[in-house]
Design a protein around this ligand. Structure first.
Ligand code: SF4
Length: 221
């Protein structure tokens, strides 16, 4: 493994729930925040998960030729900024993808007091940054963000003119079932998360094996 190897919580190749078009999502393991109501509490601890090289991840995420963009979430992407910047760079050697990134940090802080190495490189690769921690009391049920304090920053104009309203669009989510694991992808509309948990629990009582991964992502921010 190299110095930019990533500690990956999950990936999803081909989703329409995390930004415009068909995208691939990468969730990193580990987050310094502990937002009440975080959809992915299993991905908060900084513990070893899947170790993967940026080049391998880029090829994996672009395996579906329909994919036109990447979405980074977690966990906290800025905690693995150097590796994610390298994923974006390697991916763009294959295809000119757009990049959306969630973060609990504010953009101003990232620019003036970056929390770790590679933050400037990742920001330079990102087209849309969605910043701020999740505040449950400000969850208004709209947009590709978990709460209204989170801001949409078009760092480039690439995804600004396509009619995709990041802040106000109706939410959508997908559920991917892979063997005994069910992954919830996207920022779920109100009520879906509880319904998802109830469904997993119902199946679990019958089989004893299924697990849930609420990988929304920072829907929770
Ligand atoms: S909502 Fe996002 S920023 Fe907050 S604890 Fe969960 S992963 Fe971290």
């Amino acid at each position: 493994m190299t110095g930019t190897a990533l500690n990956v919580a999950a990936t999803r190749v081909g989703t329409e729930a995390l930004g415009p078009g068909v995208r691939s999502a990468l969730w990193v393991q580990g987050c310094p925040f502990s937002c009440a109501g975080c959809m992915a509490p299993d991905w908060i601890p900084f513990r070893p998960a899947r170790q993967a090289e940026p080049g391998d991840l880029a090829r994996e995420l672009l395996a579906d030729p329909r994919v036109t963009g990447l979405t980074f979430s977690g966990g906290e992407p800025m905690a693995q900024a150097a590796g994610l910047a390298e994923v974006a760079r390697k991916a763009r050697e294959i295809r000119d993808v757009s990049v959306i990134c969630f973060t609990g940090h504010r953009l101003e802080r990232l620019r003036t007091r970056p929390p770790g190495p590679g933050v400037a490189a990742l920001l330079a690769a990102v087209d849309v940054l969605i910043d701020g921690v999740y505040v449950a009391a400000l969850d208004d049920g709209h947009g590709l963000r978990g709460s209204s304090n989170q801001r949409i920053h078009h760092l480039t104009g690439r995804l600004a003119g396509g009619g995709y309203d990041f802040a106000h669009r109706a939410r959508s989510a997908e559920i991917a079932v892979n063997g005994p694991e069910a992954l919830l992808i996207g920022v779920p509309p109100r009520g879906l998360l509880d319904a998802f948990d109830r469904a997993v629990d119902a199946v679990r009582t019958r089989t004893t094996t299924p697990t849930r991964v609420r990988g929304q992502e920072h829907d929770e921010r």
